[in-house]
Design a protein around this ligand. Structure first.
Ligand SMILES: C[S@@+](CC[C@H](N)C(=O)[O-])C[C@H]1O[C@@H](n2cnc3c(N)ncnc32)[C@H](O)[C@@H]1O
Length: 476
């Protein structure tokens, strides 16, 4: 197996990173208001793979306190979870106070990762770039931690390998969760992280934009602090460079400076949208990591533990509202200039906003988003379009079906814990496994269809998607 030496394993960089932790020297980032999952954090400069971006700051609390707080936050109706593990005994709670890292959203195909560092005897959590990240790209990491608090949330990351729900603890966490120390000899002994294994297309620039999920509206978390895109948000910065969210309690006696941060539109330039499309397409072509989804949703993976049951029984049910899921529609990524102009014309909002938010306006003004454009439209031939479209529909339907089966077993999960097999009637379990298989099959068929049609184009050397330096690019 190919093992890539992780950039952080280079001892020479230890001192440098330690200093950055100590001096709060972070990469330039900006807040953005996503559609569907609250705030997110964008790179505001180009960031190199392996670069330390920002520390995950917050209150360090014990395991017991973490449990207590998460229950209390949930009782208060806080849907977003900000508690991450520092080690098995301690946690960082960034709910009320924390650095901007608290706004980094989860992705199943992340461009960042968390790494633990021991800086002057203290364990600290840093967010590091996994790949080169261009300015304007949303930062994300795979949460992968034991989830404390927060409702079960449908994942909106739209990665091809998406696990569909947050709060799914994956094996990866153990691997990422190493403590690094300055000059630490153990570094040499730690098995090196094989990034190629996880991300076969990691060299393709990753741009993850937030998307609107019309069909998932009922599933998404509620955000009490929702603002209009384009609004200006006021953040209070204290002297230690931490932020206080406007919906959190203010700490007494703290000197606050106020800084204005412009809320950005989710999609970037058309070029970046294209880049996103290429990335998504590449992820599709790379093959779906269906094994991870399987791991997270298998009902029969062991007996229920009381601990888990207790925790899970407190999770709030998120309503599906019977809406059809359309989780992987890449249609939004492709929009001609004409359409963009049309959007601006049809928008009732200010011209300035419209210019900045052509896609946004289309969605909000037009109610339900039309589903006429999708990945199929990338193909020049009508036949290919028809075929890919057909498989995408089947795939979406299978995902919707899986969600609705999940709703059926949710009461059992709430009562007995997510890993309990015994409590689910065999008929439901069979249905669950069946829905999984159907989804895998549909995912696979869709990927095969995309690959097949790409290969057709490549063989014919015709118009349509064509190879370029960074992967695939699309013809105007
Ligand atoms: C650490 S916060 C991230 C910042 C958060 N979006 C905010 O507005 O403050 C984690 C919460 O964000 C939401 N979230 C993060 N990533 C998500 C994703 N991929 N899909 C859906 N919700 C997500 C979930 O509600 C989660 O509990």
């Amino acid at each position: 197996m190919l093992h890539c030496r992780h950039p952080l394993a280079d001892k020479a960089s230890f001192g440098f990173i330690r200093e950055r932790f100590q001096n709060c020297e972070y990469a330039k980032t900006k807040l953005l208001q996503t559609e569907g999952h609250g705030w997110g954090l964008l790179a505001d400069e180009d960031i190199k793979a392996g670069q330390f971006i920002i520390e995950y700051c917050g209150e360090v609390i014990s395991l017991e306190e973490a449990k207590h707080r998460s229950q209390s936050y949930e009782a208060q109706g806080l849907k977003d979870a900000y508690i991450i593990s520092l080690n098995s005994n301690y946690f960082i709670d960034a709910t009320k106070r924390g650095s901007l890292a608290r706004f980094i959203n989860h992705s199943c195909l992340p461009n960042c990762e968390t790494r633990k560092w021991t800086v002057l005897g203290e364990t600290r959590v840093g967010i590091f770039a996994k790949v080169d990240i261009s300015s304007g790209t949303e930062l994300s990491y795979n949460y992968n931690f034991e989830w404390y608090g927060g409702a079960t949330v449908c994942c909106l990351c739209r990665a091809a390998n998406c696990c569909l729900f947050l709060a799914a603890k994956s094996q990866g966490f153990q691997e990422y969760n190493r403590v690094w120390e300055e000059g630490d000899d153990r570094v040499e002994k730690v098995p090196l992280y094989d990034s190629a294994k996880d991300e076969p297309f990691s060299r393709i620039p990753e741009t993850i934009s937030p998307f609107k999920f019309d069909s998932l509206d009922g599933l998404a978390t509620d955000y009490s602090h929702k603002m209009e895109v384009g609004d200006v948000l006021e953040w209070k910065l204290d002297s230690s460079n931490t932020v206080m969210p406007h919906n959190s309690a203010q700490v007494d006696g703290m000197t606050m400076n106020t800084e204005k941060v412009e809320v950005l539109e989710s999609g970037k330039s058309k070029e970046q949208d294209m880049q996103q499309a290429v990335y998504q397409m590449s992820a599709v072509l790379s093959g779906l990591r269906i094994d991870s989804a399987s791991r997270n949703f298998d009902v029969g993976s062991g007996s229920s533990s009381k601990k888990k049951s207790d925790r899970l029984s407190k999770q709030k049910k998120s309503s599906t509202g019977g809406k059809q899921s359309n989780t992987k529609n890449i249609a939004d990524l492709f929009q001609s200039k004409e359409e963009a102009q049309e959007d601006v014309g049809s928008s009732s909002s200010s011209k300035k906003k419209s210019e900045r938010l052509p896609k946004q306006k289309k969605r909000s003004s037009g109610g339900k988003q039309s589903n006429t454009k999708n990945i199929a439209d990338l193909f020049p031939s009508k036949e290919a379009q028809k075929e890919v479209h057909k498989y995408e529909e089947i795939k979406n339907q299978a995902a919707a079906n899986l969600r609705s089966v999940y709703d059926e077993i949710r009461p059992a999960i709430k009562t007995h814990g997510r890993d309990s097999q015994d409590c689910v009637p065999p008929s439901v379990e069979t249905k669950w496994v069946g829905a999984h298989c159907a989804k895998y099959k549909a995912d696979l068929n869709f990927s095969v269809s995309v690959i097949k049609n790409f290969l057709d184009i490549a063989q014919k050397g015709g118009s349509g998607p064509k190879a370029s330096g960074s992967g695939l690019s699309l013809k105007e």
